[in-house]
Design a binder for this molecule. Structure first.
Ligand SMILES: *Cc1c(COP(=O)(O)O)cnc(C)c1O
Ligand SMILES: [Zn+2]
Length: 444
């Protein structure tokens, strides 16, 4: 069986198509975003049950490249790339676990967290980057003159890009807003040998520059404006359903910045429905930081207007974005999936992340945004206590140690650290140590 995919303009009246081998990010005819479309009739020639069995058979096996949870779904993602050109570091297949104790505290008995940050570079960005860099390698092998791959980043995209490019031996260029990414995020592309440009601007400023630089077709753009990324990330939806033995949860909460990830989540559910693996739809909730909330404001206007804003500094630095590239895609998905947008203040974000940490997690601030939004929705009964809810955790907390340290030292701006647990400094003397332990245990 042969499967096909291509780029297609998202403007319904336009619908212009382009080959995936073309260096194109926006529609040449109308300027809108593109999406990857698949030959669904061909995919439907195989039954839904048979797809489920195939995906289950491949899931996390050692059979390269199909053991990667992305490439285990290759036919639905990038069917025409040769396996020899796949650049994979065994992405996806991250744990989805029942967070019983935290759920109890906030009044939800069926709450799950999908740990997308337990991944090669520590964030979900790996899911899309394996697809994009594989396609680049495929294009180079066919003689396309691509010298390097570039992205603007709030930290995690650049880490993923530089790791996958280094694995493939392809040069990478990353544009980072100076002093606005964590130390761990900065050192990842440095270590992987990327050309690291630290610019005196914010993410939106970096994005504007990288768009100009990639007008030169020999420098390929890796931002999520490039819909190849979305193709990899959409497997989050498929994987969650697979991990629930092909059942659809009621509600999914996801933090949103540039809004590529929520668009991808929706694209995954659409494909599952179109090929017949599911018949019901989850509700999708996007969580934004109050200080970077253009989508929330659009939602509050009943989607009548969308206005880009200048995002203010937030602990959720990876979503400090005022002019999200994928806003149109995201709004379409939210309308289709009974969407809700909720926002959270710095105080709510940091304390939600810390409370969940007290229940065994170790959350990045963006996951904190999702958890805080969830708590607010539960509080006002927008979510029922028996719903099956999945929170998408987007990055590993270890990438954000400054945030954690700042929280436990009580040094975060606009935050009262209600779950601070700073280390106790003591002389190395038995009686003092004993007494302190007794006092601490009594205080729990
Ligand atoms: C990129 C990123 C996000 C936001 O995803 P978008 O696709 O930009 O909405 C959220 N959390 C983390 C940790 C990220 O790296
Ligand atoms: Zn178009």
């Amino acid at each position: 069986m042969s499967y096909r995919a291509w780029f297609q303009c998202i403007t319904p009246e336009c619908g212009q198509t382009y080959a995936l081998e073309e260096v194109v990010y926006l529609c040449a005819r109308c300027g809108n975003l593109l999406e990857v479309r698949h030959d669904l009739d061909a995919l439907r020639n195989r039954s839904a049950v048979s797809w489920m069995r195939l995906f289950d058979d491949r899931y996390k096996t050692g059979q390269w490249p199909y053991g990667s949870a992305i490439w285990g779904k290759k036919e639905w993602v990038l069917p025409e790339v040769d396996n020899a050109n796949i650049v994979s570091m065994y992405e996806g297949g991250t744990n989805l676990y029942w967070t019983e104790r935290f759920g109890k505290i906030i009044g939800l008995r069926d709450l799950w967290v999908k740990q997308c940050g337990n991944s090669h570079t520590g964030s979900f960005k790996d899911l899309g980057m394996t697809v994009l860099v594989s396609q680049v390698k495929h294009m180079i092998s066919r003689g396309k003159p691509i010298k390097a791959v570039a992205c603007a980043s709030t930290g995690d995209t650049s880490a993923a890009l530089s790791a996958y490019c280094a694995a493939a031996g392809i040069p990478s260029i990353v544009f980072l807003p100076k002093d606005k990414v964590s130390l761990a995020q900065l050192i990842q592309p440095v270590s992987n040998g990327a050309i690291v440009l630290s610019l005196d601007t914010d993410f939106d400023g970096c994005m504007a520059l990288v768009k100009k630089i990639t007008e030169d077709q020999t420098i390929y753009l890796a931002n999520s404006m490039n819909s190849l990324r979305v193709e990899g990330q959409k497997t989050i939806a498929i994987e969650i359903v697979q991990q629930f033995d092909w059942e659809v949860p009621d509600t999914i909460v996801i933090p949103g910045g540039n809004l590529g990830n929520v668009s991808a989540l929706g694209a995954g559910f659409e494909m599952l429905e179109e090929i017949g693996l599911i018949t019901r739809r989850p509700r999708i909730v996007v969580a934004q930081a109050e200080r970077a909330n253009p989508l929330y404001q659009a939602y509050k206007s009943d989607w009548k207007t969308f206005e880009p804003i200048t995002a203010r500094k937030t602990v959720a630095s990876a979503i400090q974005i005022g002019n999200p590239v994928s806003v149109q895609k995201a709004i379409r998905i939210l309308k289709k999936y009974s969407g809700i947008v909720e926002q959270a203040t710095e105080d709510e974000i940091a304390n939600a992340a810390a409370l969940a940490d007290r229940c065994g997690m170790f959350n990045c601030p963006h996951t904190g945004v999702a958890l805080a939004a969830l708590m607010k929705l539960k509080e006002r009964d927008a979510i029922a206590s028996d719903e099956r809810v999945v929170v998408i955790s987007t990055a590993h907390g270890l990438k954000f140690s400054e945030f954690k340290v700042g929280y436990h030292r009580g040094m975060l701006e606009h935050v009262t650290s209600r779950h601070a647990n700073p280390p106790t400094e003591l002389p190395a003397e038995l009686d003092v140590v004993k007494r302190t332990i007794d006092e601490k245990i009594a205080g729990i």
